[in-house]
Design a protein around this ligand. Sequence first.
Ligand SMILES: Nc1nc2c(ncn2[C@@H]2O[C@H](COP(=O)(O)OP(=O)(O)OP(=O)(O)O)[C@@H](O)[C@H]2O)c(=O)[nH]1
Length: 766
Amino acid sequence: MVVNLGHRFLQTCLRTRPSVYAACHSTRWATTAAAVAPETTPQPEAPAYDLSDKDNQRLRFQRNIGVSAHIDSGKTTLTERILYYTGRIRDIHEVRGRDNVGAKMDHMELEREKGITIQSAATFCDWVATMPATGEKEEYAINIIDTPGHVDFTIEVERALRVLDGAILVLCAVAGVQSQTTTVDRQMRRYNVPRISFINKMDRPGANPWRVIEQIRTKLRIPAAAVQVPIGVEDNLRGVVDLVRWKAIYNEGTKGNTVVESDEIPAEVLKLAQDKRRELLEQLAEVDDEIGEMLIMDEEPNQAQIATAIRRATVGLKFSPVFLGSAIKNTAVQPLLDGVCAYLPTPSEATAVAQDMNAPAAPPVPLIPAEAAPLVALAFKLEEGRFGQLTYMRVYQGNMRKGQFIHHARSGKKVKVPRLVRMHSNEMEDIEEIGPGEICAIFGVECASGDTFTDGSHSYTMSSMFVPEPVISLSLSPTGQETPQFSRALNRFQKEDPTFRVHIDKESKETIISGMGELHLEIYVERMRREYNVQCSTGRPRVAFRETPTMRANFSYTHKKQSGGAGQFARVIGYIEPMEYDEESGKDVEFVNHVMGGNIPSNYIPACEKGFYEALEKGTLSGNSVCGVRLVLQDGLAHAVDSSELAFRLAIIGAFREVYSKLQPVILEPVMTVEVVAPSEFQSAVIGGLNQRRGTIVDSEVREDEFTATAEVALNDMFGYSSQLRGATQGKGEFSMEYKTHLPVLPHVQKELEEAYKKTLPQAKK
Ligand SMILES: Nc1nc2c(ncn2[C@@H]2O[C@H](COP(=O)(O)OP(=O)(O)OP(=O)(O)O)[C@@H](O)[C@H]2O)c(=O)[nH]1
């Protein structure tokens, strides 16, 4: 049923000319949403708004996509080509290019110097696509977000995928699926983002797209098949054969501007193309009933049937069509753009829902990208620009106009939209109005990233994005006098980036910054210097250890101060136990109130909860925060005169500290997945180095002249690894790492950490 509805809709879209389509159809959104939603998602009730013909016409030719991948796969280089071929920029500039201009999307000075993407950048372009189903040309508007590859900046990927409808997953033709490819894949799954894959760097020696496709199937577990085969290999890469349209496609001209198509498939790739077309059909048959039935009946699907099935399966999150090319050699980027338009979803096909705050137990409400529907927009990224705070928004339904009043869903505050722009990297274009399904930015609106805005006529709010916990921290102090600029910078960075945290250590009074990795924190320290003129000195990076209980223990604690002056009295009784991470709430700490009969008056319960969270800030083993813990308050006693909120807060803190050792807490440390790629001759040196750091090798792959080793290593053992690797591989090895989990430290490490902490305590210093 679900598939059939979607199928009919998609076929109508693809077969009918746009103008005819617009005139004949007023598609009800619920129909299309049902067609694309993953089958496991409970279907929300049908909305009350229909998409008008105008909505359908606009949405049909609109794509919101992201470009995501492992570090250095060529995302920025590819996006630069996309912008060039779509006429958005006049010339191509390379990442770390000799002309010193740098790629358009890496606009920060630091990004250009380091040759890496730090912040995601948004842009938009138009593309006249050749549709694989019909061979006809259609014009599309595409919003693109280029995201960083380094896991240190993973929040940028997270927020981009939160608001995008589809993505290009870029892979290197030699290295294939790498550690961050898996991370990006997980993020795409989290937000149900359909993706097409692009195997880039087909010009590199050792390029092997078939191995990469096999890895997509086995490592990422996505049915995938090539929709193209390369013509020529490595240095001789000339173009691709389109397996759907059965055409050879070449790039000509110095920058590959001219796309030349031919019906003649070169003899040297004919057999390969035939085999791979068969493979494409067989893979499609696995995920698409229509193609499956045709193959069983020995019928050959035609071009339109194949294209329609690819689209249906891709939008339905069941399949990823694989494109090939070389961004740097300007080869096969235009056919990839055709693929974006043909196979990725329209904004009306992507499922977006909101919760009605007035009915928190009700099922989520689907959002309809209709202009007539009341406004719902999500602020997904904040940036401090020359003209004040810039807030990136995705409009999900309704229109947003310059000068209009919009309502902040959480606080109910009403604000005026003073200026509305569309972003093109760091440049902007003023606009008067923006429609549903679009991405824009507004100025001068106070909010946090992940906040919802409405027109005030309803109480919808959208769920925010997943924010990973920081794994590393360091102390930071300005080298000269502390100026307001210091805290101004820290405030701004915290607001923009939820994975960047700042706190003052109560004992040492030091400012501690925490984040996702050394590079992450290094970039902020450097930005303080460049953007705020604040030179800082930093302490040694420290791993974000945590503490967690392993046993349950009961408590009965009385906080009492009744000698002279205003007294304090509070008794609390209950237990503390270990708690597992709860996927649904995203929490691993919890305060539960089971007090009956008013032994603790209900107005003191919030103070008890506050005391619990305060106690968690610092475990008494090592001074690190406590996680994985639940406190159940069962009973207690209050005094008519001497009890107060303060007394109950302190009673819970006292109870927690008193019972803590009975919980048999352990110290946890972050463990990272480390991936090293280096020439084969250095394999034993690299493995030896990882073993020396107590790493567990979990995977290794040897290719023609290079290898990849994947290991799990405690972050605390990774300091200084980049220079060790450089030394062991004559500078030819590269590594990346990402957070995997927190695990208990070895007993002797726990002892060392406990002792080191004891020395910092005031009694030890006396
Ligand atoms: N041989 C070859 N090199 C490429 C290709 N595309 C990009 N590169 C090179 O790969 C390196 C990384 O390219 P980027 O475009 O910065 O990669 P990225 O994925 O945006 O990098 P991060 O955002 O830092 O993760 C640069 O030196 C590029 O010149 C390609 O098609 N072939």
